[in-house]
Design a protein around this ligand. Structure first.
Ligand SMILES: [Zn+2]
Length: 286
């Protein structure tokens, strides 16, 4: 059957067609709304300078400028938070403290320096009043363990040091040592006057009462064995170790103990340093 060109087939679902039109219209409206919303929200982001400060702070993605690293200084030495985080083992004691005053061949004592002194029980030797407590405590601890320590030399006056130094020179001369060399040789065994830790009042020569020789064999006495293990607990260090003579300028003296305070004593001994190295490390940590 031939159909007229104007023929229109009857719509089998006229209601659905209307529904489709409605859906299409709804979609267009929703897309427009969505586009409008997107534009409203994105516009401030693309032009942050023009929006008000409040909305800027809410939408700004720029990171806050990095705050400068926290830093502080302690007695002339500055630390920063980052360096502290990297170097937690950095010594905390200060070079300015009285316990850490360096006295050696190239660091003479302040002229005329005399510490406030107290007399040691028993030996009659004198020591810096601020450190005599730990020294006496250490000696008592040794005695309580059946040991017999003797302090044969502690604080020395300038005159005493001069007499000791001259005495050492005389002995070398008597032994036939070249007079041009005696003074330097003597200085390795007895500090030149004005450069002795004994004049500082913080050094004590401690020996075994049964073996009072200032020789290397002193290290084998039970008293020295005890001191090598426990002296740091009382704030003392073995000041002139065998392997540090090149740095201290003094021969190995397994009887000469120096008070530096408990914290420094432990750090120096644990790190295998001498006082010179420890102080150098404090001034310019590697
Ligand atoms: Zn000494």
């Amino acid at each position: 059957m031939k159909r007229s060109p104007f023929y229109r087939a009857p719509d089998p679902f006229p209601q659905l067609s209307a529904f489709r039109k409605f859906i299409c219209l709804l979609c267009v409206v929703l897309v427009c709304l969505l586009a409008a919303l997107v534009l409203l929200f994105l516009l401030p982001l693309s032009k942050p300078v023009k929006v008000e400060p409040v909305s800027l702070s809410l939408v700004s993605a720029a990171p806050a400028p990095a705050s400068p690293p926290l830093s502080f200084s302690e007695k002339g030495k500055s630390f920063s938070a980052s360096s502290l985080a990297e170097e937690p083992e950095e010594p905390k004691a200060s070079t300015a403290s009285w316990e850490l005053v360096l006295v050696n061949g190239s660091h003479p004592l302040q002229e005329g320096y005399v510490p406030e002194l107290s007399t040691l029980e028993g030996s009659g030797e004198q020591f810096d009043s601020r450190a005599i407590g730990p020294l006496e405590e250490m000696l008592r601890a040794m005695e309580s363990e059946g040991l017999n320590p003797t302090v044969c030399s502690a604080y020395r006056t300038q005159e005493t040091q001069e007499a000791l130094f001259q005495n050492r020179i005389d002995r070398f001369l008597a032994d036939g040592v070249n007079p041009d060399e005696v003074e330097n040789l003597a200085a390795q065994r007895v500090a030149r006057p004005g450069t002795s830790e004994h004049q500082l009042g913080l050094a004590a020569d401690i020996v075994s009462a049964e073996y009072q020789q200032l020789v290397e064999e002193q290290e084998n006495t039970p008293e020295q064995q005890w001191l090598l293990t426990h002296c740091t607990e009382y704030g003392f260090i073995l000041r002139y170790p065998r392997e540090k003579t090149g740095l201290t300028g003094v021969i190995y003296e397994p009887w000469h103990y120096r008070y530096v305070g408990e914290e420094a004593a432990k750090e120096i001994t644990e790190q295998g340093l001498c006082l010179e190295e420890y102080l150098e490390q404090m001034v310019s940590p590697s």
